[in-house]
Structures are given as C-alpha cells and as structure tokens.
Design a protein around this ligand. Structure first.
Ligand SMILES: Cc1cc2nc3c(=O)[nH]c(=O)nc-3n(C[C@H](O)[C@H](O)[C@H](O)COP(=O)(O)O)c2cc1C
Length: 344
C-alpha cells in the first residue's frame, strides 16, 4: 500500500483522527482514518485535513449504512485515497469503483466465514482481528483465526488483536501474515487525541479487567470494565432496562423506541423475555457514552473500548518512536531466527 513498514494503525471512532493518521503515515506505517462515526461533511473535512498533514499514503474506514455513505464514497474516489477498510462489505458497485481506481479494499474480519466471504466479494487483502482486540470483536483468538484464515484464502492477510511490538510483528510474519495492525497501541501514543485522564485509565488497566460484554450495545464489545461497565454487565433484564432508559434520558439521545415499545419491552422482560429494546436503547446511547471517556475525558463515567494489550502497555510514545522501536525489535527477532537457521 506504499508504506515503508508492514504496520497498520487501524480505524478507531473519535481516536483515529487526522493528526494520529498523519503521524502514523509520516512515520512510515499506514494509518486509517475513522470515518464511520462522522457525518459526510465532517468525513470529507477529515480526509482533506489528513491530506494537508501528510503526503504519505493513508486509508479510510467507513460503514456502508452510515448516513451520507454515497457522498463519502464519491469523496474517496475523487481524492484517490490509497485504501478503504470496512467491516461489512460495500455494494458490488462500490467495490468495483474502488478497484477501478486502484484503491485497495482491505476489510477487517473477526471470523473465518467472514474472511472467505470478503475474499469472494472482491477484497484485495484482509485484516483479521482476533478476540483479544479492542472494540467490537469476535470469539476466536488471534493465533487461531490467523492460521485458519491463512489456510482458506489466497489474498494477503494482516494480523490484528493483541499486538504492540516487534516480536509480535516477527511472530505474525513467521505465521504467514504480511504485517500487523494495531488499534490500542496507537490509541496510547502522544499524537492520539484521547484526553490525558483517559489515557491514564488505559495505562493503569490490567489485562483481566479488559473483557467482553454484549450488554453495552448488544454486540460483542471488548472494553475496560470500569465501574460503569461492570454495572451494565451485572445487570439483570429489568435493571438493564432501567439503566438504558436513564442513560437515554441523561444523554438526551433519540432512541427511536416509542413509549408503547418501551412498555411492551417492560412487560416482556417481566415475563423473562429478551432484551431487544433495552439493548437498542443502549446501542443508540453508546456513541455518547464512548465520547464521554474518549473525547470529554471522563473515563469513569464513560466507556473505553480496548484491546487486552492495554494491560501490558506502560508508555505513551510518539508514533515515530513507537514505529522505530518496533522495527528495532523486529531486527533482533529476525537475527534470532537467522542464528537458529544457521545452526540447523
Ligand atoms: C478505542 C477503540 C475504538 C475502536 N473503534 C473502531 C471503529 O470505530 N471501527 C472499527 O472498525 N474498529 C474499531 N476498533 C477496533 C480497531 O480498529 C482494531 O481492529 C483493534 O483495536 C485491533 O486490536 P488491538 O486493540 O488489540 O490492537 C476500535 C478499537 C479501539 C481500541
């Protein structure tokens, strides 16, 4: 994709903003802008701002169901952005248009069946994200997902979920991947826009505190289990309903659930039925709750998506220092491989 090193900085809503992406690409790796959490006007401004901060290649992540997706796709094509990432495949027309412009289509997948499907739909390469990874994540660990995907697809595969250093890069190349992609590690850098109070909460998180819950937004989501998330995760259907309504009230979000839906849900929950309405209210609130921590700097009142790797990260380097260090460590690992090979 035109970068110097086989290292990708992945898209992270409200985190992978122009400054971080440009710092990554300027340091020789490949940054992805997170556009899925932006409206079309803001998304286009973010692309232009990144173009003004770097002349190195970078990519964008978008969601085909987000408002203004057509406008965003047109802007990507007009600007000949180097690569696009997505987790649900865009329509065949979009993929065809990207490929005609030479734009690399590199979706992220969290399961083998999605990897196979993405290849069939025209992906040029894949990022596989193992369950250790931050944000929405699957249930298969990185090493197992990587092996099974490599056995079943022909296109290049980049490994994600749990990486932070040059040993991880060497290991994934030895496995057969063509590089690593990291979210959490790049979020914990100097150029990351996350407020320092929230970065401190990431620095002090332990591996065992970074877990998956489906109760936050109805999807399998790996987050730091602060008091707020612990409470959500422990809740029974009725308390989850009460929490979801009170947080909807607190964040003044439009939940799309009418009073009669809420009442029906309440009755269903009293009978022990599913959590659909509560979860959809929580899901509608989740952007505001994530922003509370990641943008406003209140880590304990909001949600912090995180890979387990945050539990073994203890510094906030610049992107340049991080990438230099990873490549130095990779050099040491490669020398070790060579020494062993020479002895054989
Ligand atoms: C704070 C945070 C926000 C994220 N937001 C998004 C997002 O908006 N879209 C997306 O596709 N992935 C998102 N992810 C997942 C990352 O892009 C990436 O796949 C994952 O972080 C890789 O695992 P790692 O954290 O172990 O490096 C997010 C991850 C984190 C840590």
């Amino acid at each position: 994709m035109g970068c110097d090193y086989p290292i990708i900085q992945t898209a992270m809503g409200w985190v992978a903003l122009p400054e971080l992406v440009a710092a990554t690409s300027n340091a020789g790796a490949f940054g992805f802008l997170a556009l899925a959490t932006a409206g079309p006007k803001e998304a286009i401004e973010m692309m232009d701002q990144t173009l003004s901060l770097t002349d190195k290649p970078f990519g964008v992540n978008f969601h085909m169901f987000q408002p203004g997706a057509d406008e965003i796709v047109q802007a990507i094509l007009d600007r000949k952005i180097k690569a696009v990432s997505y987790s649900r495949s865009p329509t065949p027309d979009y993929i065809k248009a990207f490929k005609q412009q030479g734009i690399v289509c590199i979706p992220t997948v969290g399961a083998l069946k999605h990897a196979i499907k993405a290849e069939q739909l025209g992906a040029d390469a894949l990022v596989i994200q193992g369950s250790e990874g931050g944000g929405h994540t699957g249930s298969t660990p990185t090493t197992l997902l990587l092996s099974s995907v490599l056995e079943n697809v022909e296109i290049p595969v980049v490994a994600a979920g749990g990486f932070r250093d040059g040993s991880g890069l060497a290991a994934s190349l030895a496995w057969g991947a063509c590089g690593i992609a990291m979210g959490t590690r790049f979020m914990m850098t100097e150029e990351s826009p996350v407020p320092s109070k929230t970065k401190e909460a990431y620095l002090s998180a332990q591996v065992e505190e970074i877990k998956i819950t489906k109760k936050f937004d109805g999807l399998s989501h790996r987050l730091i289990f602060n008091k707020y998330i612990q409470k959500i995760d422990r809740s029974n259907p009725i308390s989850l309903f009460i929490m979801s309504v009170s947080s909807a009230w607190k964040y003044k979000q439009i939940t799309k659930a009418s009073f009669s839906d809420l009442f029906k849900s309440f009755v269903a929950m009293l009978k022990g039925d599913d959590l659909t309405i509560s979860q959809s209210i929580m899901s509608a609130n989740s952007p505001a709750i994530i922003q509370k921590a990641m943008v406003e700097g209140s880590p304990h009142e909001g949600a912090m998506p995180s890979g387990q790797v945050a539990g073994i990260i203890s510094n906030l380097p610049s992107c340049q220092d991080l990438i230099d260090q990873i490549m130095d460590e990779f050099g040491v690992a490669a020398d070790n491989f060579k020494k062993i090979q020479d002895k054989l």
